[in-house]
Design a protein around this ligand. Structure first.
Ligand code: NAD
Ligand code: DAU
Length: 332
């Protein structure tokens, strides 16, 4: 049995990974999380205390990180500032956490010789044209558009340099857009589901033609565990489940699943610098590590996600008011 240090384990995808690890392995998990606005203690509820410890702290805290890394067998690094819209309002916490926080963790992993897995995003590659068969691969040049994606790109490059210069035993994964339970209501799918629950019309940025490649968070977690267990040091694996849909299609699917007229949404101002299309070629992960996604029916996954938000209003109600107050300042 090993101890995994999971940073950002009280956020959406990090907490999904913690649940996944507790259910599918014998590993113990130490979560290091700053408990920012994006986190939720209740996302870790119900997990056995002998398998899980929650440490509240900052990944940029050198002493705390050194102590935790010293007592861990591997680091799985999810913690980040993650919302593009927020990064357009104030990039500073993105630079602090995504760059300096990652640097702090890498230095601790280097000094203790600890296995490191870095969670990243497909947004580091910029965007692809609409209506085009091309997809991102691990060889696609980096070309990030937003303050968020540029700090994630920078953090990936730090990891690559620590592998090459210091021999750190690290892997990187770049995943496409996740959906599923426990995602913060600032993000597209939960924002629109909770709007409909509140009797508010969903809001589509620009024309709604932008394409995202949706993957269920459980499939992201199973992919990360495969890479952690069998990935080759220094390699980058792209994670995706062939789930391309444009935003209009997603909003119409949500409205239909929730028993509303599928045209009952509004167009609002576009996001500045809005990436057009993301699409992942995950053949390296599938061929090398034998990974396959389980949630290939998007409508079924969406139905489960809608049910979760309907049944767990206490989880999101407070966050919803704060997120919508912020959106009100930008006209979104
Ligand atoms: P999230 O915003 O839901 O959660 C982030 C977590 O990190 C929160 O619990 C927060 O408290 C914690 N955190 C933030 N700053 C911290 C700090 N300085 N120290 C310690 N903890 C801190 O994010 P998410 O959507 O779950 O994303 C997790 C990771 O996955 C990120 O690295 C993100 O870039 C990556 N990713 C996300 C997606 C997606 O669709 N959401 C897709 C691909 C990759
Ligand atoms: O691709 C992976 C990335 O996916 C992750 O790295 C990010 O952390 C994650 O937030 C997500 O980024 P996006 O910017 O794609 O996600 P978001 O949920 O903010 O928006 C998805 C799409 O929906 C995007 O084209 C913008 C649009 N949108 C978003 C909101 C919040 C709307 O049309 N209306 C909205 O209200």
């Amino acid at each position: 049995m090993s101890t995994l240090l999971v940073t950002g384990g009280a956020g959406f995808i990090g907490s999904n990974f913690v649940h996944y690890v507790v259910e599918h392995t014998n590993h113990r998990v130490a979560v290091l999380d700053k408990m920012t606005y994006a986190s939720s203690r209740s996302s870790l509820e119900g997990l056995p205390s002998e398998r899980l410890e929650l440490v509240v702290g900052d990944i940029a805290d050198v002493d705390l990180v050194g102590e935790l890394v010293a007592s861990s067998d591997a680091v799985v690094h999810y913690a980040a500032e993650t919302h593009n819209d927020n990064s357009l309002l104030d990039p500073s916490p993105f630079v602090q956490t995504n760059l300096l926080g990652t640097y702090t963790l890498l230095e601790a992993a280097r000094s203790h010789g600890t296995r490191f897995h870095h969670i990243s995003t497909d947004e580091v590659y910029g965007d692809l044209p609409l209506d085009d068969p091309s997809k991102f691969t691990a060889d696609t040049p980096y070309n990030p558009s937003s303050p968020y994606s540029s700090t994630k790109a920078g953090s990936d490059l730090l990891v690559r340099a620590w592998v090459r210069s210091f021999g750190l035993e690290a892997t990187i994964s770049n995943c496409s857009n996740n959906y599923g339970p426990r995602q913060h209501v600032e993000k597209f799918i939960p924002r629109q589901i909770t709007n409909v629950i509140d009797g508010v019309r969903p809001r589509l940025y620009g024309k709604g033609e932008n394409v995202r490649d949706w993957i269920h968070a459980d499939d992201h977690s199973s992919a990360v565990l495969s890479i952690l267990e069998r990935g080759r040091t220094g390699e980058t694996y792209l994670i995706g489940a062939d789930g391309e849909k444009n935003n209009k299609e997603v909003i119409r699917a949500i409205l239909t699943e929730m028993g509303q007229d599928s045209d009952a949404y509004d167009h609002v101002a576009d996001r500045p610098g809005h990436d057009l299309r993301y699409a992942i070629d995950a053949s390296k992960l599938r061929d090398e590590l034998g990974w396959t996604p389980e949630f290939t029916d998007f409508e079924a996954g969406l139905r489960d996600t809608i049910r979760w938000y309907r049944e767990n209003e206490a989880w999101w109600r407070e966050q919803k008011a704060l997120a919508e107050a912020k959106y009100a300042t930008t006209g979104h």
